[in-house]
Structures are given as structure tokens and as C-alpha cells.
Ligand binder design. Structure first.
Ligand code: MGD
Ligand code: MGD
Ligand code: SF4
Ligand code: MO
Length: 706
């Protein structure tokens, strides 16, 4: 597809992956250098739009602190120095260390880590299976998306996404713990969500803050963090009591209405008001709007998952879509088309006895057990195994694109665990607090240097796009290639097939190969709605399971329930005397992706400091002015941030950003404990019983002026 421009300039089509992606991009390359990145106007998703992070791609690509060559640590972990090593040498050394650990302690003693939704996500899962270790993780999973995906499969047989791209626009959108005008990745791009609201969709925001998205809504329900299940149960109560659910759909396509009816009878709006702090009349109002504006999208975010009742919170909310008949209809919540072949993750290569050894898999069955959608290890159990050797010692960790010191709960314990490892390898774009503890740091390719098929059955329905390598930067290499090279050295199954072959395999269902996809840029088959009318829903009953027998069979409540967060004014009133406010962490910012981009000048100057949002009442009570530095403390520790005083937050809630470290402070620790939200969070039990989720939203804290 390469069109020649003047003066050696060439343009290529690709897709941005700074966030989970979706934005088709045009890359301008001159003399082997990326000079400009623009949105691709032909792309069905972003139609030419890009966010400020995407626009900063050339700056990130050529940033002076970008890692350019493989590094080996010299000196201790407390004050590491680095020497450069060739790729051949570094891969040989790492492979022989992995080999030694697997021979001495078994492959389960080597864990794999990765970041959220990167291009190489499924390749890491494949590598883990080939290596024979059941222990891989990612800081999202139980805390992000896995509860939503799993519950959708159990309840409706497939995952749903908002239908912004069809002929019919939604008449109503609920934003439940979700702020897509800022976070809008995964195909629910900010531009399309804004478009739907501008075209008249009625917005309802369920969020302790009136977020950027909330400000465009007609109704804001400022919920107490961690109590979303109570609100959803009361909304179900109203739908049934007022008979405003979709009776035709429910009768024909669901099972369990009678049981659900009896179950929610006590969960009145007044009951929920006492728990959520949302006035009962607003609960009724929101329910009526949602029920009477069809089609409607129910957008949900991590705000509903990062609590210890994530299974039942997500279940309760999921039922609302079914009761209102908004599933797989134009302008509603639709099932993806799965047009590509599934990634060959070599699941069958993981020995059976290893399934039993997956850390946490026996307890958190929907995260790591046989019913799990994408079985992985339980993070707190895994990191404890590194530091305590219980139930067995994990000695090696290979991380492909994650910064666990910033993004996993209880940063201090993560630090202790990483220091105990015999082998820590991190593949990265930049030095981070996590790479500072590594034995080897590998320079990873950034998205304009990467070749991959990017499929969106999980997000925008049906899109398949090509990400193509248009430049070479230093000695940076794509993560998949690194894993393939290690696989060859370790003689792993599947190592004869490079990731490039797998791309063609995935595309074979579309009768094309990667080369052809590169020329087209993307394919976007038309959506088929109401697929269930042909073969029913992909559940055991072929219907939507309001009452979920599959959950019952594995020992979880078949009907959704509310549980008070373990750390809250109601559950732990003594602790609340010392820590009287409710803490929620991690609401995203446009400028940054999690712990990334703090070194990117054009982004950092828009948001130089970590910020905590507080209500004027809190500010007054503690003599805090807007812009003051403050200390926020939880029972685990204290961090400092700058106060932003705003009416747009629940008066008892303190909302702070996550991912803050200071590249400018340099090694060894880059100030990673100063403003890191995960100094305040806990990785101790209780966890969600099915997913093992720990709590990142709805903890207790206090605040004072510095
Ligand atoms: N307190 C709190 N903690 C949270 C959350 C919260 O809300 N509150 N949210 C959680 C959620 S939902 C998630 S998903 C996680 C995210 O957790 P992580 O995925 O660990 O987050 P990032 O900070 O994006 O770390 C990614 C790292 O990979 C590097 N990188 C980027 N692209 C590539 C690549 O292609 N290859 C390689 N090798 N490296 C690359 C980046 O430089 C960066 O350092 O954080 C979780 N942590
Ligand atoms: N710019 C940018 N975009 C991103 C990311 C990023 O780091 N930066 N990260 C990506 C990732 S991995 C993820 S998971 C998504 C997350 O994207 P979203 O799901 O949109 O997540 P957040 O902004 O973390 O939180 C959404 C809202 O939840 C609210 N909230 C907090 N606690 C609660 C609660 O207990 N209940 C309810 N109902 N609401 C609550 C917050 O105030 C916030 O406005 O964003 C993705 N996109
Ligand atoms: S929204 Fe995500 S994919 Fe789109 S330009 Fe921004 S960072 Fe890239
Ligand atoms: Mo996430």
C-alpha cells in the first residue's frame, strides 16, 4: 500500500497500540525515520481522530532515554550498573539460566509477567504453555476485564461491546464506573462515544466523581465506591416491580426470572440508598430512563471490578442488559463476530499436573481453575511465593512490558518479592523502577516497529487490522521475536513456528495473509445482529442465565448478591475513626497510560504532578487549598500528591491517580514510593471468591496538609 511522497517520504498504514488500541494511523517515514503520525481517515474506528498520546508517537519513539540495546546488570540490585551485551549473548545467557531453574526446581518456578493488552499478549500465554509453567500473570486480569468477560460468557454465552459503529445510534448510554472520554481504548474510542452523546443519546454516569464523561450526562449518580452491586440489585428490583423490563425478550430468551424476582424483592431503592448513598428517587429515575430508551448501551469499566465482590457486582450489572433486551441489537450491546482464527496458545502443551500447581488456581476457580476463561496465576499468591517460598519458591520472572512496582497492589511487598528472585528479566521501552531490579533488560520494539495482527472481537465487534514495522530503532526487537528466540534455545514445543507464521494462520479464516492485510490496512466485515435467534445463546440452556447454574455447580451464588467492602465505615468502624475517608485509586488521565509517559515532555508538561481530587468540605476541614501538597495515608502507608479541590466528587471520597514515579529522579528507585497509589493498597485477603480480586477502589484513608 506504500504511496511514494516527495523527498523520500513514504506513508504506511498501521494501528496505534499505546493504549489497547484501535486508532488506525498513517505513519510518515523519511530516510528511515518516523517523522509524523496522523489518524487514518479511512479507519472504521477512529476515522482520522487520534488522542494526544498517539500524536506523541515520534517523540516517544526517539526519546533520548529509550532503551536501545540489551543490558546486563553489574553490581548489586540496590545500586545497579549496566553493561551492554549482544542479542545472541543475552538470549543464550537467559536461556541457560531458565534451563537451570527448570531442571532444579521445575518449570513452575519460572513465572511470566506482562502488561495490559499489548500486541504480544497471547504470545506470552503461548510461551508459558510451551515452557510448561502454569504461572503467568498481568496486573489487570482479576482486577480488569476478566470478571467482565467471564461473567458475560457465563450469563449470555459471549462478551458484549457497545454498538457505536452500526446504522442505529444508542438512545441511552449508562457509564458505570467508566470514563471513556478519557480512557476510550478498546474500540470504544472517545471520539465515537462523544459522537453518540452529541447525537442525543441520554447519558447516565454512575461514578463517585463527575468525570469528563459524567459532565456530558443528564444524570450523575455519585456512588460510594465498592457498593455498585447494591445499586444494580435495586435497579433490577425497580425493573421487575414496575414491569418495565422487556417482557417479550425475557420470556422467550432468559431462564430464572421467577427466582430472580423473589431474590431481589428486599432490595428496594431505599435499601440501596442507605448503602450506596445515592438517593432512592435517582435510582428509580435512572432505571426508568434506561428501560424506556431503547436501544441502550451499558458501558462498564474497571470501577466495578476492583473490589472484593467483583463476581457478583459484574453479574448484577450484566443482568440489566438482559432484562431490558438490549443484547445484540442495533445500537445496543453486541457480540463480537470472532472473524479470525483463535491464537494457537498451545494450551495442550501444559502438562496436566501443572494445572494443579497454578498458584491460586485451586481457590480462585474463575481466574486460574479449569472453568477460567484464560487461566492465570493469582498475583498475591504468586508474589508471596517469590518472597516466602510458600507453597513453593518461584525463582525466576520474565516480564514483557509491565511495571509491577507501580501497578500491582502493595508496592512494598512487590519490591521485596522481586529482590528475592534468582532471575529477573524485563523487556521494556524505558528504564523503570522495575527494570532497576532486573538482571537483564531487553530493549523492546515500540508500535511503529512491530508487526502483528490486531483483532477486535472483544472490543469494536469485528475489526481486524495490520500493525506494520516501518522503522528500526537501535537494536530494539519485538517481544514475540524475543520469546521465539528463547523458545528455540530451550527446544520448546512450537518453537519451529515463528510469530509471523501465526499471523497468517489467524488470518486464514478470512482467506488472506498478513501481506495482503498490510496492503488493505484493515478489514471490517458487516455485523450480524441477533445471532442468538438462529442457534440460541451459547450457554448450557441456550438462553440468558438470569439464574446461573454453571456458577452454582462450582460453588458460587447463582443469583447476584451484595457484600460490604471489607475495609469501610460500616465493616470496619474502628479503623474508619482513624481513616475516615473513602479512597479510590487509578482513575485514568488523558496524558498517561498507567505508569507510562512521565518522561515524555509534551505530555508531562500538561500534568507535571500527581493529583488527588477532594471535595471542598474535605479541603475546609483540613485547611487545604487547591494546589497544596498533601499526604494521603491508608493503614499500609503514606504518599504525597497535589490537591485538586472540586465539587465534582462525592464528599467522602478521595480520588487519586496511580502509576506515579519520577524518571527525572534517576536510579536506583526513581522515587517510586513517594506518590505511588499502590503504597496505599493491600494485597492481603479477603479477595473475591471466584477471581481472587484485590481491592483498589473503596478502601479507607485520611488526608492532611504536608
Ligand atoms: N492502584 C491502582 N493500580 C492499578 C490500577 C488502578 O486502577 N489502581 N489499574 C490496574 C489495571 S486495570 C491495569 S490493566 C494495570 C496495568 O499495569 P501495567 O500493564 O503494568 O502498566 P504500565 O504502566 O502500562 O506498564 C507497561 C510497561 O510496559 C512498557 N511497554 C509499553 N509497550 C511495550 C511493548 O510493546 N513491549 C514491552 N516489552 N514493553 C512495553 C511501558 O514502558 C511500561 O513501563 O494496572 C493496574 N494497577
Ligand atoms: N488515558 C488512559 N487511557 C486508558 C488507560 C490509562 O492508563 N490511561 N488504561 C486503560 C486500562 S488498562 C483500563 S482498565 C481502562 C479503564 O478505563 P475506565 O474503566 O474508564 O477506568 P477509570 O478511569 O480507571 O475509572 C472509571 C471511573 O470509575 C470511577 N470509579 C472509581 N471507583 C469506583 C467505584 O467503586 N464504582 C464506580 N461505579 N465507579 C468508580 C472513577 O472515578 C472513574 O471516573 O482504561 C484504559 N485506557
Ligand atoms: S486512543 Fe489509544 S490507540 Fe488511539 S491514538 Fe490514543 S493511545 Fe493510540
Ligand atoms: Mo486495565
Amino acid at each position: 500500500m506504500m504511496a511514494r511522497l516527495q523527498r523520500n517520504e513514504q506513508i504506511f498504514k498501521s494501528v496505534c497500540r499505546i493504549c489497547h488500541g484501535g486508532c488506525g494511523a498513517i505513519l510518515h517515514v523519511k530516510d528511515g525515520r518516523l517523522v509524523k503520525v496522523k489518524g487514518n481517515p479511512e479507519s472504521p474506528l477512529n476515522k482520522g481522530w487520534m488522542c494526544i498520546r498517539g500524536m506523541a508517537t515520534p517523540e516517544i519513539t526517539y526519546h533520548p532515554s529509550r532503551l536501545m540495546e540489551p543490558l546486563r546488570r553489574v553490581g548489586s540490585k540496590d545500586n545497579a550498573g549496566w553493561e551492554s551485551v549482544s542479542w545472541d549473548q543475552v538470549l543464550d545467557e537467559i536461556a541457560s539460566k531458565i534451563d537451570a531453574i527448570r531442571k532444579e526446581s521445575g518449570p513452575e518456578a519460572i513465572a511470566l509477567g506482562q502488561g495490559t493488552g499489548r500486541h504480544h499478549y497471547l504470545h506470552v500465554v503461548r510461551f508459558a504453555n510451551a515452557l510448561g509453567t502454569p504461572n503467568w500473570y498481568e496486573p489487570g486480569l482479576a482486577q480488569c476485564l476478566i470478571p467482565r468477560i467471564t461473567i458475560c460468557h457465563l450469563t449470555y454465552g459471549d462478551f458484549v461491546v457497545g454498538d457505536y459503529y452500526g446504522q442505529v445510534q444508542p438512545k441511552c448510554i449508562i457509564f458505570w464506573g467508566h470514563n471513556p472520554l478519557v480512557t476510550g481504548s478498546d474500540g470504544e474510542l472517545a471520539c465515537v462515544v462523544k459522537g453518540a452523546l452529541d447525537q442525543g443519546a441520554v447519558g447516565i454516569a454512575i461514578d463517585p466523581r463527575c468525570s469528563e464523561t459524567g459532565k456530558k450526562c443528564v444524570l450523575w449518580l455519585p456512588i460510594r465506591p465498592g457498593t455498585d452491586a447494591a445499586l444494580a440489585l435495586a435497579m433490577i428490583h425497580v425493573l421487575i416491580k414496575e414491569k418495565i423490563f422487556d417482557q417479550e425478550f425475557v420470556e422467550r430468551w432468559t431462564i430464572g426470572l421467577e427466582k430472580l424476582k423473589g431474590h431481589v424483592a428486599p432490595f428496594t431503592p431505599e435499601w440501596a440508598e442507605a448503602i450506596t448513598s445515592i438517593p432512592a428517587k435517582d435510582i428509580v429515575k435512572a432505571t426508568r430512563i434506561y428501560a424506556t430508551h431503547k436501544p441502550a448501551i451499558l458501558e462498564w469499566g474497571v470501577g466495578i471490578e476492583q473490589n472484593t465482590n467483583s463476581l457478583q457486582t459484574v453479574r448484577a450489572i450484566a443482568l440489566l442488559r438482559a432484562l431490558t433486551g438490549n443484547i445484540d441489537i442495533p445500537g445496543g450491546d453486541i457480540f463480537g463476530m470472532n472473524v479470525m482464527r483463535a491464537y494457537p496458545t498451545l494450551k495442550d502443551k501444559l502438562p496436566k499436573e501443572m494445572l494443579k500447581k497454578r498458584l491460586g488456581g485451586d481457590r480462585y476457580k474463575l481466574l486460574g481453575g479449569w472453568r477460567a476463561w484464560m487461566p492465570s496465576a493469582h498475583i498475591p499468591t504468586l508474589f508471596k511465593a517469590m518472597s516466602t517460598g510458600e507453597p513453593y519458591r518461584v525463582r525466576g520472572l520474565l516480564i514483557f512490558g509491565s511495571n509491577p512496582l507501580m501497578t500491582v497492589a502493595n508496592a512494598k511487598e512487590v519490591f521485596r518479592s522481586l529482590k528475592k528472585l534468582d532471575l529477573l528479566v524485563v523487556s521494556e521501552l524505558f528504564m523503570t523502577p522495575t527494570t532497576a531490579l532486573a538482571d537483564y533488560v531487553l530493549p523492546a520494539a515500540f508500535w511503529p516497529e512491530v508487526e502483528q495482527v490486531i483483532g477486535y472481537p472483544l472490543v469494536a465487534g469485528n475489526a481486524v487490522m495490520a500493525q506494520q514495522k516501518v522503522i528500526q530503532v537501535g537494536e530494539c526487537c519485538q517481544d514475540e521475536w524475543i520469546m521465539d528466540e528463547l523458545g528455540k534455545r530451550l527446544n520448546l514445543p512450537g518453537s519451529e513456528e515463528s510469530f509471523k507464521k501465526l499471523m497468517d494462520y489467524q488470518l486464514s479464516s478470512l482467506s488472506m495473509n498478513f501481506q495482503e492485510l498490510k496492503v488493505k490496512g484493515f478489514v471490517y466485515p458487516p455485523h450480524q445482529y441477533k445471532k442468538y435467534e438462529k442457534n440460541g445463546f451459547r450457554t448450557p440452556s441456550k438462553k440468558v442465565e438470569l439464574y446461573c447454574k454453571s456458577l452454582e455447580r462450582i460453588g458460587y451464588d447463582p443469583l447476584p448478591t451484595y457484600k460490604e467492602p471489607p475495609e469501610s465505615p460500616i465493616q470496619s468502624p474502628e479503623l474508619a475513626k482513624e481513616f475516615p475517608y473513602i479512597l479510590t485509586t487509578g482513575s485514568r488521565r488523558l496524558e498517561f497510560f498507567h505508569s507510562e509517559h512521565r518522561q515524555i515532555e509534551s505530555l508531562r508538561k500538561r500534568r507535571p504532578d500527581p493529583v488527588v481530587e477532594i471535595h471542598p468540605k474535605v479541603a475546609m476541614d483540613h485547611n487545604i487549598n487547591d494546589g497544596d501538597w498533601v499526604i494521603v495515608s491508608s493503614p499500609r502507608g503514606s504518599i504525597r500528591l497535589k490537591a485538586f479541590v472540586t465539587e465534582n466528587i462525592h464528599p467522602d471520597v478521595i480520588n487519586l491517580e496511580h502509576g506515579w514515579w519520577f524518571p527525572e529522579k534517576g536510579s536506583p528507585d526513581y522515587g517510586f514510593l513517594e506518590s505511588n497509589a499502590n503504597v496505599l493498597t493491600s494485597n492481603d485477603p479477603p479477595y473475591d471468591s471466584a477471581f481472587g480480586t484485590y481491592q483498589l477502589r473503596g478502601l479507607l484513608c485520611r488526608i492532611e496538609k504536608e
